[in-house]
Write a protein of this length. Structure first.
Length: 482
């Protein structure tokens, strides 16, 4: 018999996808309306409208219908929904508009798409993908993945049987990565890892020893080498750097992010912020040229640093993670590669030696004063969890959507940096969801201890910590707890 936690994980895998839907084929479609019976631990049972996005069982649930189901419970919430914005306020009474818990009508053909609509929970901006549809009544409804709503409300979900969903308002949201793996949840990603960068303990990993393309998460190595150059006195944060022709060419290309022009001057600090927040490829190249004279020389430094840190599977071709083509008549398309374990070593070192990096990566936006523009952080989890401090997104066709997340947790004596690495999800929708699930699990494991299964035990990988000072700190901290 499955435990509640395992049922939850199975539910997250299918997004409560045992719910009944109208007959459709296995081929991709648009939005298909359906219905699910939702029960609460108070005994209430309601019919909840659903929309399957593109594929059967990729199910999103009516917030208005669930709001009615939870009215009168400790997890009740009010709603305000417009054509492109949602305001959800936990703890408030929901005022019905008359469309709740009524099956789809013939005129209620959804005309909507999945996107990151403006969404506030308790007055705070959060980042989730939703569908907003206007029903024949004239009222708007919002459709959301059940797991995302459960994380917002901190409730447990189970699937008692086909076509039904149980919401347990008295149980907190919990994650079991081992159960998720057993159900096949991580088949859609290249690799994942969650651990404590302060101690080196790994809470969970999946295919973490295999090297995969890492896209713009490569810029974490570029950031590390920039910090090294600042630390050694080679450059200073306030130094003005002149933009080269090569940097302008990249800025003018389809991979350009910030409109840098040859001859422009920009500070090292602004280049760092540009590379880390909006993931500017031209800012990374400009840093590489500033530090090493050319990107080719900088790649040698990247490889050298990887060897120093014991990154056994790291391969670099450039400073930014873009595809790199050879000069052959039939060119090879190469990309920076690294395993999740290697990325964990890199990030653990970065956070230990240069913790000030999170002063940048924890920002939602930042002014680049030397060139007079403002940039925004591409990390969606900054809005969803209060303890998120970074670190870096990345996307290419081959690498998929990647995210390296850092967050803080306090054991009463020491603040720890927890790290979640997700490489190779299908799109930004899954990248955010997988990363948040594992970030919440990392906090759970930090407080309660990591789960242990036959295939995965908590462990400390070799060569961690990779810095002498970190090793001494770890010994002192361990002794202090005894």
């Amino acid at each position: 018999m499955k435990t509640i936690c395992q049922k939850l994980c199975s539910l997250i895998l299918s997004a409560a996808l045992l719910c009944a839907v109208l007959p459709i084929s296995a081929d991709a479609v648009s939005q298909v309306p359906g219905v699910c019976q939702v029960q609460t631990d108070t005994g209430t049972t309601c019919s909840v409208k659903t929309l399957d996005q593109d594929y059967e069982r990729n199910t999103y649930f009516s917030l208005r219908d669930i709001a009615m189901a939870l009215n009168g419970t400790d997890k009740s919430f009010s709603l305000e929904i417009t054509a492109d914005a949602v305001s959800l306020n936990p703890g408030n009474v929901y005022i019905p508009v008359g469309t709740e818990n009524i099956l789809w009508g013939e005129d209620d053909v959804p005309d909507t798409s999945l996107r990151r609509n403006e969404f506030k929970a308790g007055g705070q901006k959060v980042s989730y993908y939703t569908m907003i549809a206007r029903l024949s009544s004239g009222y708007y409804d919002c459709f959301m993945m059940a797991a995302d709503l459960a994380m917002i409300l901190d409730v447990n979900l189970t699937a008692p049987g086909p076509g039904s969903l149980q919401i347990d308002t008295m149980d907190s949201f919990r994650v079991s990565p081992a159960a998720l793996e057993q159900e096949g949840y991580f088949y859609g990603v290249n690799s994942v890892l969650a651990g404590d960068a302060t101690t080196g303990e790994i809470y969970y990993q999946y295919q973490a020893d295999i090297a995969y393309p890492i896209a713009s998460t490569s810029k974490l190595m570029t950031c590390l080498l920039t910090m090294d150059a600042i630390s050694s006195g080679l450059i200073a944060p306030a130094d003005l750097v002149t933009v080269s022709d090569a940097v302008q060419a990249l800025a003018d290309s389809g991979d350009g992010v910030i409109p840098l022009k040859a001859g422009d001057q920009i500070t090292v600090q602004d280049l760092l912020a540009g590379a880390l927040l909006p993931s500017s490829n031209e800012c990374a190249l400009c840093l590489a040229e500033t530090i090493a004279g050319s990107e080719e020389n900088f790649v040698r430094l990247m490889d050298q640093k990887a060897r120093e840190l014991g990154l056994t599977q790291a391969v670099f071709y450039n400073s930014n993670g873009l595809p790199s083509y050879t000069d052959d008549p039939v060119p090879s398309k190469r990309q920076n590669r690294m395993s999740a374990q290697d990325m964990f070593r890199l990030v653990s070192y970065l956070l230990k030696v240069y913790p000030q990096v999170t002063d940048i990566t924890s920002l939602e936006k930042a002014p680049l004063e030397s060139i007079g523009i403002e940039v925004r952080n591409t990390n969606p989890l900054l809005h969803n969890l209060p303890d998120i401090t970074g670190l870096k997104t990345g996307t290419t066709n081959k690498a998929g959507a990647c995210l390296v997340t850092s967050l803080t947790a306090d054991d009463g004596n020491l603040e720890h940096d927890l790290v979640v690495i997700v490489l190779g999800t299908e799109d930004s929708v899954e990248r955010g969801r997988v990363s948040e699930l594992l970030a919440r699990y990392a906090l759970q494991a930090f407080q309660e201890g990591a789960e242990v299964s036959e295939n995965e035990a908590s462990q400390t990988p070799g060569n961690l910590p990779v810095h002498a000072e970190a090793a001494v700190d770890r010994i002192l901290k361990t002794a202090g707890k005894q």
